[in-house]
Ligand binder design. Structure first.
Ligand SMILES: Nc1ncnc2c1ncn2[C@@H]1O[C@H](COP(=O)(O)OP(=O)(O)OP(=O)(O)O)[C@@H](O)[C@H]1O
Ligand SMILES: [Mg+2]
Length: 452
């Protein structure tokens, strides 16, 4: 579309644009460092920076114009609300092409599953999938705007931190296939309190599906199963339970804690050996398999894709082998009780009989139950038999420390303290598991330990 056409669509004022017929030929960006020549730069206000201050930089990097809320001295489409306009533009652009849109949501595993599904689908046709965790009201339109007439599959990670989020996102990109992974505790307080409220919000995804769509529900999660009555779409169940149509049989773990199983779908069965670590990956792989099944792929094709798939996003059970035989498992991208449990179990499975060290910080977004949930994690660290626990920070992490009976516990104040102490305590051959919510910044600790 030309700037003029986009201005008309958005009801935008065109400012400082010498050539209103200039076409937009590339995706949009909200970060001036990620501007693609020929695309738009959407100027949004973040917590620390205002995109409008980067308008000139963006245009110098090749942006055709800036989507802005005020004139900025370079070509701009001036609208009242940039985020709304970006959504409108994405929705319109998507209406001009015909990819199969897959929307996926859940409390944990969205990015992992999105990466798996993309790796299965891209063997069968041009695929555009969410970059990183660009799953909100800005990231989703940016992903949609990366699709073009050649795109066959559009895989969209959809985040819901409050009610109405998924209704908004599916309004921009109505999915044909809607995949719900699980219902956990993240963001529960903003949605009203408990898992039922989280389920209420996440179920908006299947409500958005048409009668010709597919709702893929996790048969192992009762809250997800509870969404079955909220959709007009055909329902396909996946999971470990025998009633699931897409399921895993004979699940076992190989010596590197990677799941091996028999994939069963309506088209047959095929052996799967995942390249990802942790038993929870079975659920993610089945979710991806269910989506691929809905899109017409057979069991053997799906298994081939899953077997070839590798971890694409950093900080999610990312393994670094040190020369002294120490294995650092960097799971510090983020943390919730569900992912903490999955990660600790995976690290322990990987370790076999080796000595294990956990470096753990707080799990955010847990509201009133926070202290109790940290205590439970401390108990699990003890039950799993970790040898050493380093907790990082005051408050809730200390609850973890107190609950880890029989484990050598070392509370430290901050990330720097964790690096210093872990460096001292780690012995050759150890498995070191590092995890906390993203804002704690333990990724830096994992990287420092991995580099030793
Ligand atoms: N099925 C699962 N069950 C429990 N934990 C999981 C599962 N899948 C992934 N995880 C763990 O949860 C954490 C987040 O994974 P991932 O990034 O895939 O989730 P996400 O839903 O995209 O998160 P976000 O909401 O931050 O975008 C990682 O530590 C990962 O190892
Ligand atoms: Mg994500």
């Amino acid at each position: 579309m030309t700037l003029q056409e986009i201005a008309r669509l958005l009801g935008a004022g065109l400012h400082d644009a010498p050539d209103p017929t200039a076409p937009v030929t590339a995706p949009s960006a909200v970060d001036s460092r990620e501007v693609v020549p020929g695309g738009l730069f959407a100027a949004t206000a973040g917590a620390n920076v205002d995109g409008h201050d980067y308008a000139a930089v963006a245009v110098a990097s090749g942006a055709v114009a800036v989507l802005a809320s005020r004139p900025v001295g370079v070509p701009a489409l001036v609208v009242e609300d940039v985020q709304t306009a970006l959504g409108l533009l994405a929705g319109h652009a998507l209406g001009r092409i015909t990819p199969a849109v897959i929307g996926l949501t859940g409390s944990v595993g969205k990015t992992t599953t999105k990466d798996l599904l993309a790796q299965v689908l891209e063997r069968h046709g041009p695929t555009v999938a969410t970059d990183r965790s660009f799953n909100n009201e800005l990231g989703l339109p940016l992903t949609v705007l990366r699709a073009d007439a050649t795109t066959r599959y559009l895989v969209l990670e959809m985040g819901a931190s409050r009610k109405g989020d998924l209704t908004y996102l599916t309004g921009i990109a109505p999915p044909r296939v809607g995949l719900v992974l699980n219902v956990g505790s993240a963001h529960a307080e903003r949605m009203g309190g408990g898992p039922a409220d989280v389920a209420e919000a996440k179920g908006e995804l299947v409500e958005a599906l048409g009668a010709d769509g597919f709702a893929l529900l996790n048969a192992d999660d009762p809250y997800v199963m509870g969404m079955a009555g909220r959709t007009r779409a055909a329902i396909l169940l996946y999971g470990r339970s025998p009633e699931a149509t897409v399921r895993a049989e004979d699940v076992r773990m190989d010596a590197r804690a990677r799941p091996v199983f028999e994939l069963v779908t309506p088209s047959g069965r095929a052996p799967v050996e995942l390249g990802l670590m942790g038993e929870h990956q079975v659920s993610n792989a089945l979710a991806a398999a269910a989506a691929a099944t809905a899109l017409g792929l057979g069991a053997a094709e799906i298994a081939e894709g899953l077997n070839a798939a590798r971890r694409r996003s950093a900080g999610r059970l990312e393994i670094v082998e040190r020369r002294d035989g120490v294995t650092v498992v960097n799971d510090a991208y983020n943390a919730s009780p569900e992912s903490m449990r999955a990660g600790l179990r995976a690290a322990k499975a990987l370790a076999g009989g080796r000595r294990t060290v956990a470096v753990l910080g707080a799990m955010g977004q847990q509201a009133e139950a926070s202290r109790a949930r940290h205590t439970e994690i401390g108990r699990l660290v003890a039950d799993l038999g970790f040898d050493v626990l380093i907790t990082v920070g005051a408050g809730d992490p200390l609850a973890m420390a107190r609950a880890a009976r029989g484990v050598a516990v070392h509370p430290v104040e901050d990330v720097a303290g964790a690096v210093t102490l872990a460096t001292e305590l780690i012995e050759p051959g150890d498995v070191v598991f590092v995890k906390a919510s993203s804002e704690i910044g333990l990724g830096a600790c994992a990287r420092a330990l991995a580099a030793l």
